[in-house]
Design a protein around this ligand. Sequence first.
Ligand code: COA
Ligand code: AMP
Length: 643
Amino acid sequence: MRYKDLHTLSVENPRFFWRQRMNLIDWYEEPEKVLYEDEEGLSRWFRGGKLNTSYLALDYHVNNGRGRQVALYFDSAVTHTKRRYTYRELRDEVALFAGALRAQGVEKGDRVIIYMPMIPEAVIAMLACARLGAVHSVVFGGFAPHELAVRIDDAKPKCLITASCGIEFKNIIDYKPLVDKALEEAIHPPTSVIVFPRPHAKAKMLAGRDHDWHELMHSAEPADPVPVDSADPLYILYTSGTTGKPKGVIRDNGGHAIALKYSMKTVYNINPGEVFWAASDVGWVVGHSYIVYGPLIHGCTTVLYEGKPVRTPDAGAFWRVISEYKVSAFFTAPTAFRAIRKEDPDAHLKRNYDISSLRTLYLAGERLDPPTYEWLTQILDVPIVDHWWQTETGWPIVANPMGLEPHRVKSGSASFPVPGFKVEVLDDEGHTVPAGKMGNIVIKLPLPPGCLPNLWQDSDGFRKAYLSRFEDYYDTSDGGYIDEDGYVFIMGRTDDVINVAGHRLSTGEMEELIGGHEAVAECAVVGIDDQLKGQLPIGLVVLKDGVNVENEVLEAELIALIRKDIGAVAAFKKAMVVKRLPKTRSGKILRKTIRRLAVEEQIITPPTIDDPAIIMEIRTALRDHRVGQYANTTLGESESDGI
Ligand code: COA
Ligand code: AMP
């Protein structure tokens, strides 16, 4: 069946469509019902199905002739280490570590926090949790102790797994002191901490609580996969929302396994036995879905790369890895290629490597901006596929379906809705907008398998954040349009989330922190365009009356504050004092207007503004800091007193 017919079938008769795909995986017990409502009235997939995701990712392949195939290549450009694990070796390591976790009291349903760098033990820890039916929550290593503490208190884990350090370019980042600080701050710290010792840093251990990875492995008994229900959570992944409280996105076991398996062929056009590389981090959704679970469930070889696109050691790093491991499908964020282009504009370094194994390049995490797309088409002979998705969905919503029916690419568009997703564009009142007109991008309910069924212990928050604005639709908080040929263009967030180097961050959270500084009366944080990272946060600050502080001093304090509480990854490097912020006549800060001032040349001054002259001042101030027009132009809707 061709793409169009298949897509129509998937959205008009989702039960039938997904029943047909139910046997993509090896269930212990087949589901009795494809789609149903849980006790909270939320849609769920595959009731009655029993499975184990670690079994599907490892044992299934060992039992079916892939035991000696490489499951994972580890390539650390920062430590000059290379290692490979066959499916059998990885299965055995995972089974043993699952036994070690069990010995620490971890059982089905318990939460485990993983705060680790890009080393195989991070993957082993994730799969070991899955093996026991425990729920992992990986926290990206670039987050500060406070962020880790917030996630610990929400997930209430029994155990935390970490390593003695991460390595960023040449810098050793000691993880253990960060973990200790988070545990001091947390109200619900875990009783057990497991530390993987790396030779580059020694961790200080607390007797009774902290355990050495190797010592536990030494005395562990391997654990078999524990059957879980389809709807049981596999993991929680926290992602930035509009406030300081991150959202705990839940991924179930059954829908997730089916969706990822389906996507590997349909979207990524890759076959079992081939090499798939996602150059991301296990702390992000891309790492969960396409470094770990997707490629392994599909029987591919995955690559775990510890390094950067540039300066580890040079801008040829990606070409080297593709050539060395004969990568067929490669996936990264546009920002990585902007970094490469900056250092090697003519891609000279590519000539040193044979990258003929590469069939397709996939990009996501932010919009593939047309200049980067053009550059990539000039230096590569393979299709360049922009595809759009979110932590919430776990797999692509809009993509060029390369394994089904590749389509002509339109620069700036992620192409077409993937089967399972009915994507529409609505105006603020919920009416469908005509082709080519900008609006709110929404997905008709039910969301397909693999997407978040709920937020961790926060159904009200789930409904409020995603389901309440447009009846019968999931609100993506992205804006854009669908053209007359059906191509979907995602233009940017409509909320207080920005995208910095492919990392999703909340400006609302930064505002909460800056607003707490003793000199600050009020503030707004917005994303300004940046040629490398797509967007960078910038703070506009109004001082309290009578406060006398030098701008540079205040800026340095605010930068340190954000770095301490959110982490280096926020890349908050600019703050400036302004006399006032634009407000409505009733005194509400016009944040959306400020966001638009940061990215657009001309904006219509909202009729409700109290002092139109302030617009000019802010625009001039922002323009001085902005560098080029880039990918993540944040949209703003019309703003009134009521917003
Ligand atoms: N642990 C600790 N610190 C980390 C970290 C980690 N895992 N990841 C990033 N950081 C730190 C960096 O060291 C940097 O700190 P600094 O301010 O002291 O220099 C800061 O967080 C910002 O990191 P980043 O945004 O990654 O900037 P960079 O200059 O180090 O690298 C790129 C820029 C473009 C090369 C890099 O962001 C990149 O490769 N991005 C790819 C995007 C990606 O993987 N996206 C995931 C979704 S697909
Ligand atoms: P995350 O949840 O961290 O994966 O971030 C998801 C957000 O990144 C989306 O809501 C979009 O704003 C943005 N995004 C991801 N991929 C794309 C893409 N291909 N095009 C446009 N925006 C994207």
